[in-house]
Design a protein around this ligand. Structure first.
Ligand code: AMP
Length: 198
């Protein structure tokens, strides 16, 4: 059983790495950002509400996000492990997650923090903006997301480091280089390379 949280600033390549890890380990990747975007596309009530925040580069309120994550973690497919991508994004959410997990017999094994300097994030963003045209990748919104990350999300690194759950991974380099670093860390924690089929 491998239960992971993947954290990192916007533009670090978290989503891409989440997909690679989830495929290699055969565990579902749960991306709160992706769930919001799916709901925005289908114009659900949740999507309409979330969009106002996402378009401004702000966090969607906890009253919406936390129950959505709890509902997802209560599904049977997470029993053999899961990868949370983009949640928790604040110390408050980390506390909520701590309370949710034992309700479903789950426990967190490791938090991977992918880091990169701002210049690299901006470079990635420019590439993604030309490929995907996400409304929250506009330069002014992206700058605000980065600010929110430093202010609200970065403190969870200390929260998890204090519990010996944090591993930092250098996010500078090619997709393959970064995933190789991630798998090296996972290997150290006993996730056997036999189960890794990349
Ligand atoms: P992401 O795809 O992870 O970059 O998330 C895109 C946007 O969705 C973020 O900028 C937030 O507006 C919103 N979002 C994603 N995850 C969360 C979360 N855990 N809490 C609040 N808002 C979130």
């Amino acid at each position: 059983m491998t239960s992971l949280v993947l954290m990192g600033p916007p533009g670090v390549g978290k989503g891409t790495q989440a997909r690679i890890i989830s495929q290699a380990l055969g565990i579902p990747a749960i991306s709160t950002g992706q769930i919001f975007r799916t709901n925005i596309h289908s114009r659900s009530e949740l999507g309409i509400l979330a969009q106002q925040y996402i378009d401004r580069g702000e966090l969607v309120p906890d009253s919406v996000t936390n129950p959505m994550v709890e509902a997802r973690l209560s599904s049977p497919d997470v029993k053999n492990g899961f990868l949370l991508d983009g949640y928790p994004r604040s110390v408050e959410q980390a506390h909520v997650l701590r309370d949710i997990l034992p309700k479903y017999g789950l426990e967190l094994d490791l938090v991977l923090d992918i880091t990169a300097p701002s210049e690299v994030l901006i470079e990635h963003l420019q590439k993604r903006a030309s490929e995907e045209s996400r409304s929250d990748d506009r330069p002014e919104v992206f700058a605000h997301r980065l600010e929110e990350y430093h202010l609200r999300t970065e403190p969870i690194a200390t929260y998890y480091a204090d519990q010996d759950l944090l591993e930092t991974v250098n996010g500078v380099g090619t997709i393959e280089e970064v995933s190789a670093r991630i798998f090296a860390v996972l290997h150290k924690y006993g996730v056997s390379s036999d189960s890794i089929a990349v």
